[in-house]
Design a protein around this ligand. Structure first.
Ligand SMILES: Nc1nc2c(ncn2[C@@H]2O[C@H](COP(=O)(O)OP(=O)(O)OP(=O)(O)O)[C@@H](O)[C@H]2O)c(=O)[nH]1
Ligand SMILES: [Mg+2]
Length: 395
């Protein structure tokens, strides 16, 4: 199975080439216990990875709105970071991701507000606790944005410069210059201006992202998530990807890839530990386990009952209607005279025989692996259907 790593997972998840090479080498030497320990360590690292994201910038720049948008929470929801037209964030607050509590956003007060002066700002907000900073800025580039960038860089931390409210900049320019308005030129101008200011304070190749908190899928947010995914340490990549809002097919595919890698790694371990390689049926506890996996994927991709309820309220479609569009809620339902264990086994035989041949069909872990992969694929497809049919073509 280790030799099928690329074909099974497409190598787009949290495992590094180095991880795969060490696994291959211990397996080649027949050191099974060592291989299992490596796998356990990797899974543990990924499951326990914490991500602390600092969101800072001047008052009113859109910090709280960004945190809410990123977490898929409406500004008026109960656990939203409060947003508003007057200064609202005056001390440090943290917000957990609603589904992945290991991902925390820190809503930091703007630099230069009376209690937070530029010189002591980063110390006051415990800068070393964060994995990276988002510096949020709206309208004109401010002196404080530059100071902040400089300080963060000097402290050896990474920052991403996020220029918010691009939607209203474009609207304003369109109104002000209806004849000569050119969307790309306006975006280019803003980008260039931010870049020049940041270069002045010593950031050689500043990373600038133009976004609208009201339209995350437009502008640079997809690019931002892409770059962050690449720049994060591998073990933090998994939870970061899962925490992203489903705004594009690409994000859904990346989530699927990282989860596929985890299923693969766990199956490899089961294979190594397998003392009963052949089981001709699915036991009750393994069915329950598969059900749990399915529920987890549905939650990860926003296809669980709670998410469907929210989508139904926001899209004016009934939950029943949404469920007719997608497949995963029906995967484990059976007809009167059907038996779930037999149904799963039938699937497994089909999936395994597609590329595994006879030997593979016999191995229990292999069957379970194939069924989990099928569940994952179905749920990811459902998420795409909801994205394309519900959000992009409203009733
Ligand atoms: N048009 C537009 N308005 C935005 C955007 N982001 C935030 N706003 C609005 O800008 C105002 C300030 O947003 P907040 O998210 O409260 O800003 P903040 O940085 O948290 O402000 P403080 O908590 O006071 O530091 C609110 O009225 C938001 O609705 C955006 O991308 N586009
Ligand atoms: Mg705020």
């Amino acid at each position: 199975m280790i030799n099928n790593y690329e074909t099974e997972t497409r190598g787009r998840g949290f495992l590094s080439q180095e991880n795969i090479t060490s696994l291959k080498s211990v397996l080649k030497e027949g050191k099974l216990a060592e291989a299992v320990a490596l796998i356990n360590k990797k899974i543990e690292d990924v499951d326990n990875a914490l991500l602390n994201i600092a969101v800072t910038g001047e008052s009113g720049s859109g910090k709280s709105s960004f945190i809410n948008a990123f977490r898929g929470i409406g500004n008026e929801d109960d656990d939203a970071a409060s947003t508003g037209v007057v200064e609202t964030t005056t001390n440090i607050s943290s917000y957990e991701h609603p589904k992945f509590p290991n991902v925390k956003f820190w809503d930091l007060p703007g630099i230069g507000t009376p209690n937070f002066q530029p010189k002591s700002y980063l110390k006051q907000v415990n800068f070393s606790d964060y994995d990276f900073f988002f510096i949020m800025s709206s309208s004109r580039f401010r002196d404080n944005d530059a100071k902040l960038a400089q300080e963060i860089r000097q402290m050896g931390k990474k920052f991403y410069f996020v220029r918010t409210k691009i939607d209203s900049d474009l609207d304003n320019e369109r109104k002000a210059k209806p004849k000569s308005f050119n969307r790309e030129n306006v975006l280019q101008q803003i980008r260039k201006n931010c870049s020049q200011h940041l270069q002045k304070v010593g950031t050689e190749e500043p990373q600038i992202f133009l976004i609208s908190n009201f339209e995350l899928a437009s502008f640079d947010f997809p690019k931002l998530q892409d770059i962050l995914t690449k720049e994060l340490p591998e073990h933090k990549r998994h939870v970061f990807l899962l925490s992203l809002p489903n705004i594009s097919e690409d994000i859904i595919n990346q989530k699927k890839a990282t989860l596929q890698e985890k299923i693969w790694l766990k199956a490899l371990k089961s294979g190594l530990l397998s003392t009963v390689p052949f089981v001709g049926f699915f036991r009750e506890e393994s069915i329950a386990q598969l059900q749990n996996h399915l529920n987890d994927y549905q939650r990860d991709f926003g296809v669980d009952d709670a998410s469907l309820l929210k989508i139904s309220q926001e899209s004016n479609r009934s939950i029943e209607e949404l469920k007719t569009l997608i497949k995963s809620p029906h995967l484990l339902t059976i007809k009167k005279d059907e038996n779930l264990s037999e149904k799963l086994l039938r699937w497994a035989e089909i999936f395994c025989s597609l590329n595994g041949g006879l030997l593979a069909t016999g191995l229990y872990y292999r069957k379970s692996y194939k069924i989990q992969s099928y569940f994952l694929e179905t749920v990811a497809d459902d998420a795409k259907i909801l994205l394309l049919k519900v959000w992009e073509s409203p009733v």
